[in-house]
Design a protein around this ligand. Sequence first.
Ligand SMILES: [Zn+2]
Length: 246
Amino acid sequence: MIRFDSDLNIFYPSLIADKTFSCGFTTKLCGDMRRTENISAFFSSANLFPKTMVLPEQIHSVNIAVFDPFKEQTYPIEILEDTDAVLTSLAHVALIVRTADCVPVIFIDKEKNILGISHQGWRGTLKKLVCLVIEKMKELGSKPENIQASIGPSINDCCYSIDEDRRYQFLSEFNGYSNRVLLSRRGQTFLNLPLLNYLLLIESGIRREAIDYFPFCTCCDEERFFSYRRDHKKNYGNMLHFIVRN
Ligand SMILES: [Zn+2]
């Protein structure tokens, strides 16, 4: 279940978070996480002091990095170029993505201590990034039945209208899911990105009861979330989503 921590003003998946693994999805109340100083301030307030914070550059690709600081020189903040997902088996490495409407997904295999995070908007979802992350975890030794995942705050089909070209792309790729993820209303098509990512996780062999699913919409809930769709013409910010093994 997704719960709210009123001390930190974050949502977190109770399925995954425990003494060993800290994870969550920040809200607007934590500040704009495009700013590095807000990221550091957030981790301090949460009493988390990761040695390294690792952030995919987020270019709407399906490139996945496996973070291994023994191969590379490590800095307190590592931006991984040309990637949208990252995995690690190391402790004290915080994996981070930042969004405002796109879908953040946290992955964990507590048997093998493999954790991951990914960012997908419509492009990454169309190319099934979450399925590729599960494939990569399997390469690293995970069994799908041991993987848990959580889908964080994102824009929902109440607000995410798409044009005819994009509707056609999703219809061609996901014909079997189209009646669940594509909705017609008032002559417009709306896409349910988080539900599609949920269905893709199931398709990859993740058990239904091993997925914590965030039920709200970033665009509807102006008090708690930044939303690119709602605010891109004025000021908008980013929420931060993270997982770290303590
Ligand atoms: Zn909405």
